[in-house]
Ligand binder design. Structure first.
Ligand SMILES: Cc1cc2nc3c(=O)[nH]c(=O)nc-3n(C[C@H](O)[C@H](O)[C@H](O)COP(=O)(O)OP(=O)(O)OC[C@H]3O[C@@H](n4cnc5c(N)ncnc54)[C@H](O)[C@@H]3O)c2cc1C
Length: 575
């Protein structure tokens, strides 16, 4: 027993300790190893990958140079970002992201992690410098390539699995949400591939096809295995070790037992934000929210790395921000007595729907990006006190054509197949708008007036109040079969429906204040704390309170992971 303890203690010295196994943390560890440093990743959960593994896995990198990104430039990116960044954004970090992002993409390509363009508009598509080619994602991966390590990877978000089983990529998700011609073939091929894979079916019901965030994390985990980089699961950061004016390691609880891990050259905090910590949410966020509305894994990102940094004098920034993504809660079909949180990503953009506050009034262009929807909820809550939660209202035509709060269209899942106890608890239904309003405590005449006005806009194709469907971003997500405006349709066919919309998020956006090299800055004098780095949602987002495009959270997380590893290596080589 004594010998075993010594062996563990002897091993617990590394050049770099990375705390957290999301995408940024894994890029940092792999890059550090390639620069000749010994690295370890510690992860508090029994599964690795964090929110990154559950996510879309898209990375927003301007001017990355992959096929499809021709014509993009540093200048265009900086012009765009100067128009859209707001709040506590810092120009040095914005420029570091723009300047070093392409280098990281080339590096990942060289080590076998090619990132391909997914044509997708920047979220402020009509601003100068915007493009449709900055969102890139990892190629699919066969889970077999990960061996046993597949089983300890966190699973994708339920919305990225059809019937909680079949892996969906982005195009397939669109196909099921919008059901263009031939969508049945997409489904048939998906089912056949899954069920004909007999050998794998005997092993697990989990799909062997890894796409989106699972492909990104899977490929990075594979790179770690190829480099023998240890990953310690069930190992939670509890504090930082300071020695001779620099950070020299971390205190952890490994399988619940306290121990220390020495870091010769640097500690990289990549442990996500504080979105799962209700007490920190209440302290920092501008309005009252609930940790259950967040779409990040339950109980994982509690802000422990941020607190550890603060306790040794680190500064923080953007703590009042989140990557807002409104969500809906429905009972889980898979797990008894548990709710499933559904990201309202496309739902509110489809025709034959609108969103109102509890006064029955629209407050936002529903066709805009999710982060802007969340910011509008906050503004409206401050103004009226009647927003969070708000409501999405739709009619029978919508119900037939599109998904709503994770419920498939009525042609696939008719109303009679919805569990009886969901009605008028989670999903509300009524024969008239006035009756529906009564069920959700909204003034019937006001809601009827709002719907009537929307129906006029649908007829003319012009939303005089919020301009829904005017911008090229809105149009991208509209229904091309629908005119004159692909985002506007009348709500005129009974029954009418309502689902509650909460102020959800994809993770925290505020964290430790870091410089352009990823070094954490001291609260007292704004100078770097030697040996301490923060990336991803453990650090303040470079864009301040903005969401420039799809992948704007994993973009800086991975780029600053790459930058931090390089910075540590340069310092280490200087002796
Ligand atoms: C459904 C969904 C889709 C999304 N799609 C995208 C997308 O396509 N593109 C994009 O840019 N963003 C997307 N996001 C947001 C994005 O996933 C997160 O912002 C991002 O993953 C955060 O990365 P991170 O490394 O900071 O945190 P995470 O990926 O959450 O990793 C942090 C890790 O640290 C661990 N940890 C926490 N505390 C400790 C501790 N004390 N000790 C040790 N380990 C600890 C956690 O368990 C976790 O594994 C999406 C989010 C969701 C929910």
């Amino acid at each position: 027993m004594v010998v075993k303890q010594e062996a563990v203690a002897a091993k617990a010295v590394f050049d770099v300790v990375v705390v957290g196994s999301g995408a940024g943390g894994l890029v940092a560890a792999v890059r550090a190893a390639d620069l000749g440093l010994s690295a370890i990743v510690i992860e508090k959960e029994h599964r690795y990958g964090g929110t990154s593994a559950t996510s879309g896995g898209f990375v927003w990198i301007p001017n990355h140079g992959r096929p499809g990104n021709e014509g993009d430039t540093r200048e265009a990116a900086l012009t765009y970002l100067s128009r859209v960044c707001q709040g506590d954004f810092r120009q040095d970090r914005v420029e570091a992201c723009v300047d070093r992002g392409p280098e990281m993409v080339r590096y990942l390509d060289e080590i076998g992690i090619a990132l391909d363009v997914i044509p997708f508009p920047d979220y402020f598509r009509d601003e100068p410098g915007a493009t449709d080619s900055r969102m890139i994602g990892a190629r699919e991966l066969d889970a077999k390539e990960l061996g046993e390590q597949f089983f300890t990877m966190r699973e994708t978000f339920p919305a990225f699995r059809l019937f909680n089983r079949y892996t969906l990529d982005l195009m397939q998700a669109f196909a099921f949400a919008q059901r263009p011609r031939g969508w049945q073939w997409v489904a048939a091929k998906m089912f056949a591939r899954y069920w004909l894979d007999l050998g794998w079916r005997r092993l697990t019901w989990r799909d062997r096809r890894l796409a989106l965030g699972a492909a990104l994390i899977g490929r990075l985990r594979k790179a770690m295995l190829e480099r023998d980089i240890p990953l310690w699961l069930d190992t939670k950061l509890t504090g930082l070790i300071e020695r001779d004016g620099k950070i020299a390691g971390v205190c952890v609880a490994r399988h619940g037992v306290a121990m220390t891990i020495e870091a010769r050259h640097g500690v990289i905090l990549a442990a996500g934000g504080f979105e799962q910590n209700q007490e920190m949410r209440d302290r920092y966020l501008p309005v009252r929210t609930d940790a259950r509305w967040s779409q990040s894994p339950k109980g994982a990102n509690m802000g422990e790395a941020i607190v550890a940094g603060e306790s040794i004098g680190a500064a923080t920034e953007s703590m009042d921000c989140c990557w807002w993504a409104p969500s809906m809660q429905l009972p889980s079909r898979e797990v008894a007595n548990s709710d499933a949180v559904h990201q309202m990503w496309l739902d509110h953009k489809h025709p034959h729907s609108l969103c109102v506050n509890r006064l029955g009034l629209r407050f936002v262009n529903e066709g805009g990006a999710y982060d802007r929807f969340g910011l509008a909820m906050i503004e409206d809550q401050k103004r009226t006190g009647a927003n969070i939660p708000c409501w999405m209202i739709f009619d029978a035509t919508y119900r037939k054509l599109y998904t709503a709060g994770g419920i498939l269209p009525s042609t696939v899942v008719p109303d009679r197949r919805i569990p009886r106890d969901w009605w008028d608890q989670y999903l509300y239904r009524a024969g008239s708008i006035e009756e529906l309003a009564g069920k959700i405590d909204i003034d019937p005449a006001t809601l009827a007036g709002t719907v009537a006005r929307m129906n006029e806009f649908a007829h003319t194709g012009v939303d005089l109040d919020f301009g829904r469907g005017q911008s090229s971003y809105d149009k991208f997500f509209g229904d091309p079969r629908h005119g004159p405006n692909p985002c506007l349709g009348p709500l005129d066919k009974a029954p009418f429906y309502a689902i509650r919309v909460d102020l959800g998020d994809l993770g925290g956006k505020g964290g430790l204040k870091a410089d352009a090299a990823g070094r954490v800055l001291d609260r007292a004098n704004d100078r770097p704390i030697e040996g301490l780095y923060a990336i991803g949602n453990s650090s303040g987002a470079p864009w301040g309170n903005a969401y420039p495009g799809g992948g704007s959270t994993l973009g800086p997380a991975t780029v600053f992971g790459f930058i931090a590893a390089g910075h540590i290596a340069r310092r280490a080589n200087m002796g």
